[in-house]
Every structure is written in C-alpha cells, then in structure tokens.
Design a protein around this ligand. Structure first.
Ligand SMILES: [Zn+2]
Length: 433
C-alpha cells in the first residue's frame, strides 16, 4: 500500500482502518509502517483520542501525491514547491543559446508539465501567475524585456512567437477539472458531489442550467472555485459545451481571439502574409528570430537603446546623424546596399538585385512575377544577408572591428551552404519515410 489516502469520519472508522491494515499485513507478510504514515485532523475531531491513533499526526499540512493540503496556505505552499522546480529547470536551459522557438519548446515540454499537475488540485494564485510570467519572460529576453508581453503568445502567423501563456493554461486546467466534474462525471461520484456542492450556485450565475435541486449546495464557495467563474467570464466561455472543456481546446479558443499584429506601413491584409514569411519552415530558427525582431523593433539597435537611456547616441555607427533603425541597418545604410550589390551573382537565379526593395528584405514581399521557388530562394538569401549585416554591425559596435563586404559575402556563402546541407538532410529523411 503506497500513496493511499483514506478519509475516516470517526474513531470507529480509524480502528477499522488499522485493523484492515493489520489483517492485510498478516496475510501478505508486509506491514504498513504506521510511523511513516501521516494523518491530519479536520473539523471537530479532537486529539484526545490520539492513544488510538497510531499515525504521525500533522498539525498543519499534509502532502498527497506531491500536492500540499491542510491549513490555509496549502495551495501557495504547493505552488512555491513547483516554482522552485521550474526555476532550476529554466536555470539549466538558460546557459544554452536557444532561439525563441527553442525556448517555446522548453516551456511546453519541460516547464508546463511540472505545473499542470498541481493546477488540477489548486488554481494558480495571481501572485503565482505573476512569478511564472516573470520567470518565463526573463528566460526569453534576459533581464531587460524588449516587447509588449502579450505579443509573443500569439501564433507565428499572427505575428507572435507561439510562446505558451502558462498562467492561462494553468487556470484553464483547474476550470476544466471543475467543469468536467460537475457536468460530465456520473451522478453520485465524490468529485461531482463536491463540485456540485460549491459550484452550482456559481454555474447558475453564469446561466448554466445543469441544475439538480435534489443535491445540496453551499453558496459560500471556497476561493479556488471563485477563480473558475472569473476565468469563464474573462474569456467569455459561458455556454461552451461540456465536451469542449479540455485545457488545450480552451486555450485554442482563447488564442483564436488574438488579432493579427499589424506591420507598420503595410495594409492590414498584408500582415498575415508577412508573418507567414517570417515564420517560414524553410528558414532556420535563428533567421526567423532575426526577421521577426527586425520588424517588431526588438533588436538592440541604437534607436532602441537610446530610447531606454542605455546608449548615448541613436545614430548609425557608419552614417553620422542618421538614426539607426531596422530600415536603416538592413536597407538604407550604404553598407547594406553595397553588400546587396555584391550579391548580384547569388541573386541572379532567384530574384534579380534590381527587383529588391526594403519590402523584400524586411518582409519577404517580392514585387513582380516570380515563381514560388525563386521567391523562396530569394527570401532565404535575403535572410542570410540580414544575418551578415547584423553580424558586421555588432562587430563594429561591440568589438570596434570592421568587417568588409568581402568577408560578409563569404559569411553569407557559408550560411547558404548550411542551408543546402539542411535541404539534403530533409530529402534523406523523406526518402527514409
Ligand atoms: Zn548607416
């Protein structure tokens, strides 16, 4: 008998429990270690009869399957344990140089599972949600946040980065467990009766009419059920069919309401095309990040740093009195134009140099009629170009080192070689399948 929890209503039940354990032990030759077994007393139970109580009595908290229960504060105690665990997990991953997409994967596969289980027993408090959010954003950006927080939760095709909004997912988990218990579980099950007892008055407030007046209810619901109602209202989930109450489904519904991020200077209808280009599967995660950051204004450019009082100048290191923005660095700056000229040969097979505009370089939009393959090739090349420009810029600003157009072109060629290796690996994989 490992990890068994028994609820006893009176001393007679306790005696019967001990007796059952002893009978069981005699039959099997395995004994229940009463000293290691813990008990907790609730309600009007008095400790006076502890002589008949062979277990270690815990005065405030008891841990069942890794979750704390007992006095007020048990939920917070459970969450603090979990927060400690995710901090050490994230600490391990932070030392690696990961793309934002890579970090999203770590959050989904390593961090979320640590929390989701607890979220089914206790909803995450506001303070817990704040702490999680802070940990997540610190993991993604480092100490200094770069962009509005809600943006990165959006799907890539809407201009986000698909980072899981963990607090929302956790609240959805608890809400789903509660709803499932009341609406889906069989009549008479313990879970259903409990949810019914506290949640029915709240369900009625929400206009849900699955109301069985033969079951008793209690209008003073504990705080954790209050959060379910807040969650339902906040995300307008009233009237959602019971079988749709699954955390992933709910999360999808919430994300579906996200608006597509606008691209400054472009019509709204074009934005989704731009974001789809930026998140193209044919780009490496590093190139996706660079393209995305260049548009969202999250790169550590002097204009960005100056606005935050982190840099004394806002001008391009190569062009006096010209503000260093994404548009300048990747298009207007003579260094960028010179490098594009030098790439004429590489561009010839896809989209000619003369057809390129800053829309091509920043957004992957190519004017004129070019076939799909040519556009995809050009978009890759342009991304290697941005990578090279960014490297040259950082060498100049950080290391005071001048990288020539020739060096940059050589760097671009090595990136293109890497892409063709990736392509041949992808072909091999397809053939194996
Ligand atoms: Zn410049």
């Amino acid at each position: 008998m490992d990890d068994v929890t028994v609820f006893c209503a009176d001393q007679r039940s306790v005696t019967a429990l001990v007796q059952t354990c002893e009978d069981f032990g005699r039959a099997l030759g395995a004994k229940v270690n009463c000293r290691k077994s813990e008990a907790m007393l609730f309600g009007e139970w008095h400790l006076a009869s502890s002589a008949h109580f062979p277990f270690t009595v815990k005065p405030d908290f008891i841990q069942i399957l890794g979750v704390w229960f007992g006095k007020e504060g048990a939920a917070l105690k459970s969450w603090q344990d979990r927060l400690g665990k995710i901090n050490s997990k994230i600490g391990l991953w932070s030392s690696r140089k990961l793309s934002i997409e890579g970090k999203a994967l770590v959050l989904r596969s390593e961090v979320l599972p640590v929390l989701q289980y607890t979220a089914q027993a206790w909803p995450a408090h506001t303070t817990v949600c704040k702490a999680i959010t802070q940990t997540v954003f610190c993991f993604i950006w480092g100490k200094m946040g770069r962009l509005k927080r809600t943006v990165i939760y959006k799907e890539p095709r809407k201009g986000g980065k698909g980072i899981p909004d963990i607090p929302t997912l956790l609240r959805a988990s608890f809400a789903c467990v509660s709803v499932q218990r009341t609406l889906v579980e069989k009549t008479g099950s313990a879970g259903r009766s409990m949810s019914h007892l506290f949640l029915m008055p709240l369900w009625r407030q929400l206009g849900w009419d699955k109301w069985d007046s033969s079951i008793p209810y209690n209008g003073n619901a504990p705080w954790f059920y209050g959060d379910v109602v807040r969650f339902v209202r906040e995300h307008q989930l009233e009237g959602l069919k019971p079988d749709l109450w699954k955390p992933k489904t709910i999360y999808k519904l919430i994300r579906a309401k996200d608006l597509t991020e606008l691209v400054p200077g472009l019509p709204a209808a074009t934005a989704e095309t731009v974001w789809t280009n930026v998140a193209s599967k044919r780009l490496t995660n590093g190139h996706k990040d660079l393209s995305w950051m260049a548009i969202k204004g999250g790169l550590y450019l002097r204009s960005f740093m100056h606005a935050r009082n982190l840099c004394t100048t806002r001008y391009c290191p190569r062009c006096p009195y010209v503000e260093e923005t994404s548009l300048h660095v990747f298009w207007q700056c003579p260094f960028a134009q010179g490098l594009l000229d030098a790439l004429e040969h590489e561009l010839r097979d896809s989209v000619p140099r003369s057809c390129l505009s800053y829309h091509s370089v920043l957004y992957g939009l190519f004017p004129g009629t070019h076939d799909m393959e040519a556009i995809q090739e050009a978009w890759r090349l342009v991304n290697c170009f941005k990578d090279a420009v960014w490297l040259a810029r950082n060498r100049l600003v950080i290391n005071r080192e001048n990288m020539s157009v020739r060096d940059s072109r050589r760097f671009i060629k090595s990136l293109l070689r890497d892409y063709s290796i990736l392509d041949s690996l992808a072909v091999d994989e397809e053939e194996e399948e």
